[in-house]
Design a protein around this ligand. Structure first.
Ligand SMILES: [Zn+2]
Length: 96
């Protein structure tokens, strides 16, 4: 999920500058989102005006497919987790 909140109460958004200031923040954010996972938003006057956060979708360590990172997440998608479990079972069978 990507979340963004910009409060427009500060003076930087007054006197018809609101849209321009939001646009300026979005342009800056377009660069930041490529290299950061989140942070605060400062308006043109340097005052705090919001927050943003990017939580990238989880991907399987094994195959790289998008995966459900719910409870008990071990870094593997269901298919790879099952395959690994079967391999371990096979390994145990091969023991004398
Ligand atoms: Zn996988």
């Amino acid at each position: 999920m990507f979340e963004l909140r910009i409060e427009t109460d500060n003076a930087a958004f007054d006197e018809g500058n609101g849209r321009q200031e939001v646009a300026r923040i979005l342009r800056e954010l377009a660069e930041k989102v490529m290299i950061q996972d989140g942070g605060t938003i400062n308006d043109a006057n340097g005052n705090r005006a919001g927050l943003w956060a990017y939580d990238p979708p989880a991907s399987c360590d094994e195959c790289g497919e998008d995966a459900d990172d719910g409870e008990g997440w071990d870094g593997l998608c269901g298919t790879c987790a099952d395959a690994l479990e079967n391999r371990e079972v096979d390994d145990r069978r091969e023991q004398p």
